[in-house]
Design a binder for this molecule. Structure first.
Ligand code: SF4
Ligand code: SF4
Length: 186
């Protein structure tokens, strides 16, 4: 395969002063500043509301809106009686590329349901948020729609979620207050 060799243009004396680049950067920054300053000032008087000015989110007190399609912390969905919908088929554990799901199955008291998880552990420290576990589940038993992104912890051990935490993701030690998107658990 032929290789095309490009010659780098030598810098002239003006380029070597870096002044054109410096003033270009200052121009771009100033343009954003004055545009937003004008828009936010007009908004104070109820004008030009259809043009959105840039804002700074005061994280962590204020969270930016998240897309509902964004893959966030996992949760296990529940049946009417509060038990997990999971039937311990192991498909999510098998497909997980990070090997971070560990399920122990047991008999379900209802003879119409073959199995249920005795324990369901998920190591968030290893999870790559690929969503394969959600896609493969035949029972819609696991979802990634909690809108919880914060997973700060002091140890790897604290990144491990058990079945109780997965059934009630907003009661876990890893959960922080989040204003947006509170999908109803079921
Ligand atoms: S999102 Fe991907 S890596 Fe994380 S638990 Fe599911 S299958 Fe495994
Ligand atoms: S794929 Fe769904 S039903 Fe099967 S073990 Fe995973 S969560 Fe449970």
């Amino acid at each position: 395969m032929a290789t095309k060799v490009l010659k780098r243009q030598p810098l002239n004396w003006l380029d070597n002063t870096y002044l054109p680049t410096l003033f270009t950067g200052l121009w771009i920054t100033s343009r954003h500043f004055f545009f937003n300053f004008a828009i936010q000032t007009l908004h104070l008087f109820g004008l030009m509301k259809h043009i959105r000015g840039s804002v700074t989110y005061q994280y962590p007190e204020e969270q930016r809106p998240l897309s509902k399609r964004l893959r966030t912390r996992h949760r296990l969905t529940q049946r009417e009686d509060g038990s997990p919908r999971c039937v311990a088929c192991m498909m999510c554990e098998t497909i997980c590329p990070a090997r971070c799901i560990n399920i122990v199955a047991t008999e379900h008291p209802d003879p119409n349901i073959e199995k249920m998880p005795k324990s369901f552990d998920l190591d968030l420290g290893k999870c790559v948020y690929c969503g394969f576990c959600v896609e493969v589940c035949p029972e819609d038993a696991i979802r990634m729609d909690t809108q919880i992104l914060d997973t700060a912890a002091y140890s790897r051990q604290q990144m491990q979620l058990d079945m109780t935490e997965l059934l009630h993701p907003r009661s876990t030690h890893l959960y922080k207050t989040h204003k947006q998107g509170q999908p109803a658990e079921r």
